[in-house]
Design a protein around this ligand. Structure first.
Ligand SMILES: [Zn+2]
Length: 76
């Protein structure tokens, strides 16, 4: 039981760091227009909506899904 509690605490702390990273990434300078993950050009439409994005929509969706999975696991 104690081990489980400690693991849950660690996951919670890690979630907070991850969330902070995402938020600080979002408030950065304007995007270079190139995806940081796959090096493809980021869609013009996407840049209009989120001028400081670092990922193309494919990679952003993946990143989002990963974070969502992560958050869900942390709440168990
Ligand atoms: Zn990409």
């Amino acid at each position: 039981m104690d081990d489980l509690d400690r693991a849950a605490e660690r996951i919670e702390a890690f979630n907070q760091v991850a969330l902070h990273l995402v938020l600080s990434r979002m408030s950065g300078p304007q995007s270079s227009g190139v995806c940081r993950s796959c090096s493809d050009l980021i869609e013009t439409e996407r840049l209009k909506i989120t001028p400081n994005t670092r990922f193309c929509s494919d990679c952003a969706n993946e990143e989002e899904a990963r974070l969502r999975r992560f958050r869900r696991n942390g709440r168990q």
